[in-house]
Write a protein that binds this ligand. Structure first.
Ligand code: SF4
Length: 333
């Protein structure tokens, strides 16, 4: 049986919108709204959705880089939801993050050797000589030449800078890494190199990943399971093959229909999502996707669909997807 390394239960993260003379909250941005899922040891679980879907906030809240509003975060059977910064400190060695922007996340005034060494200093791992040896090792593992350790971030290409970010994330030998859009700022030609590196490291270092991305095509080849988010909620979770072969939620179907197929013989109908993603300050009643869903009916405005297992670990939140994966969609008139 697969071991759950991380469990998220009914997680919420609301950000206040302040106003008035006393700068008091006048509304709340519901960035993450009642999200539950597990991540199993050794897998890559990806969260995918448009910008504003809450996927990055979910990743950062799990690591407690931002505090949750409600819900539970359980890491290896320990409930860390209310852990203080000092209680989190020993766990941080095992839980690292790779940021989206490989330039913005690296201190431009430090040589990369010092940037990669920083987590070892913060966690007081080894003496200076041992730390430097680990930095060299981490650089070699990510494909950077150790003689570059005295160079500054601006002297590297985008792909190399992301390798520096990955070296910094692995230098403490963590178990779990949140990879927050790790390739979206890179050229297409470099993206696959960095994705391949992340997959190699997963094998070599027995890592578990939470991968955050806005593009389903990017995560297809690296994910074991995928969760699709929309406006702070999970719409669908399934094994990668199952999600691509049998998408059941209308939002997932629309996202998949937008991925180009390289074979001109194969024709597929593109589902165009109308309008923009609504404001998370005032999300639609009932199903949050209803304002853009081609199948929305009256019940969709009245009742919020729950994320339910319709069989074999395939979860969907839609009133018209039944047990066993049977769908009862009617195009709205
Ligand atoms: Fe569309 Fe209704 Fe299903 Fe939501 S519940 S995805 S609005 S059909």
């Amino acid at each position: 049986m697969k071991k759950s390394i991380l469990e998220v239960k009914n997680l919420k993260k609301y950000f206040p919108v302040v106003g008035g003379v006393f700068s008091k909250p006048i509304a709340w941005v519901k960035a993450v709204d009642d999200v539950s899922f597990n991540i199993f040891e050794g897998e890559t679980f990806s969260l995918v959705g448009e910008s504003g879907s809450g996927k990055t906030t979910t990743g950062k809240t799990i690591l407690k880089l931002i505090e949750p509003t409600a819900g539970q975060i359980i890491a290896e059977d320990i409930d860390i939801t209310n852990y203080s910064a000092s209680e989190m400190r020993p766990l941080r060695r095992d839980m690292q993050i790779i940021f989206q922007d490989p330039y913005g996340s690296l201190n431009p005034r430090l040589p990369v050797g010092e940037i990669i060494r920083e987590p070892l200093v913060v966690h007081r791992v080894g003496n200076k000589k041992e730390q430097e040896e680990r930095v060299v090792e981490a650089m070699q593992v990510v494909g950077l030449r150790p003689e570059y350790l005295r160079r500054y971030p601006h002297e590297f290409s985008g792909g190399q800078r992301q390798r520096v970010g990955i070296a910094r994330a692995i230098v403490l030998n963590p178990k779990f890494i949140v990879a927050d859009e790790p390739v979206s700022a890179l050229d297409a030609s470099i993206q696959s190199q960095v994705l391949n590196l992340l997959m190699d490291l997963q094998q070599k270092l027995s890592l578990t990943y939470l991968f955050v991305a806005h593009n389903l095509a990017v995560v297809r080849h690296v994910s074991d399971r995928i969760g699709v988010m929309y406006l702070g909620k999970l719409m669908e979770i399934a094994d990668t093959m199952e999600l691509f072969n049998n998408p059941l939620h209308p939002y997932t179907q629309a996202l998949l229909s937008a991925i180009p197929i390289p074979d001109p013989e194969i024709k597929k109908e593109r589902i165009i999502l109308e309008g923009d993603i609504p404001s998370p300050i005032n999300p639609p009643s009932g199903c949050v996707f209803r304002t853009r869903c081609i199948y929305a009916q009256d019940i969709c405005a009245e009742k919020m669909p729950q994320l339910v297992d319709i069989g074999s670990g395939h979860f969907t939140a839609c009133h018209f997807v039944k047990k066993g994966g049977k769908t009862e969609f009617t195009k709205k008139s």
